[in-house]
Design a protein around this ligand. Structure first.
Ligand SMILES: CC(C)(COP(=O)(O)OP(=O)(O)OC[C@H]1O[C@@H](n2cnc3c(N)ncnc32)[C@H](O)[C@@H]1OP(=O)(O)O)[C@@H](O)C(=O)NCCC(=O)NCCS
Length: 180
């Protein structure tokens, strides 16, 4: 990668505790330990990416600063869970994670990507729109705590723009280690 302070890599079960802490800090209705565990080691469709602070970057070098859980189900990439710790936001980390997921999806013959996002989550919707995702439906009262509609967003076909996060070189491509 080109000087970024983080790197993208596949997650393993040993990262569960750190991921759970970030999950609980970032969401009003966080995934539970069991749910995360299932995605990290029980679900054959699931891929789990970490953004990890680079050694020597700051005092917290080596720690996890963000993650993305996504599924590749035949022709479809489903973005399931994405978070970046507050102190590391606005640096392009989420964009790099999403880019990596879409790139991996394409390499595995996926052609379309979908996700659900809280209607009030303007930051995430702007991020996805930057990749070309469009709002295609609203799912009323889909979320709890607080009850809120979900916006269904779709990118069909998946086309990766060269300026959408590709500046980050990483070691996540190919997923030699299964993430499920
Ligand atoms: C949404 C979230 C993942 C974004 O992470 P991030 O690493 O800060 O995002 P990036 O720096 O990669 O931003 C990429 C683009 O997304 C958009 N974006 C990100 N944060 C934004 C914000 N607060 N307001 C408006 N647009 C925003 C911008 O278009 C940005 O591009 P730019 O920096 O060139 O303007 C992060 O805010 C987060 O973890 N939020 C809490 C959990 C969450 O909402 N997860 C998503 C669930 S669907």
């Amino acid at each position: 990668m080109t000087g970024a302070a983080w790197m993208i890599e596949p997650a393993g079960a040993e990262s569960l505790g750190e991921i759970l802490k970030i999950e609980e800090a970032c969401f009003s209705a966080p995934w539970t330990r069991k749910m995360l565990e299932a995605e990290l080691s029980g679900n054959p469709f699931a891929h789990f990416l970490l953004a990890r602070e680079r050694e020597g970057a700051e005092s917290s070098a080596g720690s996890i600063v963000g993650y993305l859980c996504y599924w590749i189900v035949f022709e479809e990439v489903r973005l399931m869970n994405l978070a970046v710790i507050e102190s590391m936001r606005h640096r392009g980390i989420a964009r790099s994670l999403v880019f990596t997921a879409l790139e991996t999806g394409l390499s595995q013959a996926a052609s379309r990507a979908v996700l659900e996002v809280r209607a009030s989550n303007a930051a995430a919707q702007t991020l996805y729109q930057g990749f070309g995702f469009r709002r295609v439906a609203v799912r009323p009262k889909y979320y709890n705590q607080p009850i809120e509609d979900a916006v269904l967003m779709e990118l069909d076909p998946i086309v990766l723009r060269s300026d959408a996060g590709s500046s980050v070189r990483h070691n996540a491509g190919g997923h030699s280690k299964p993430l499920q």
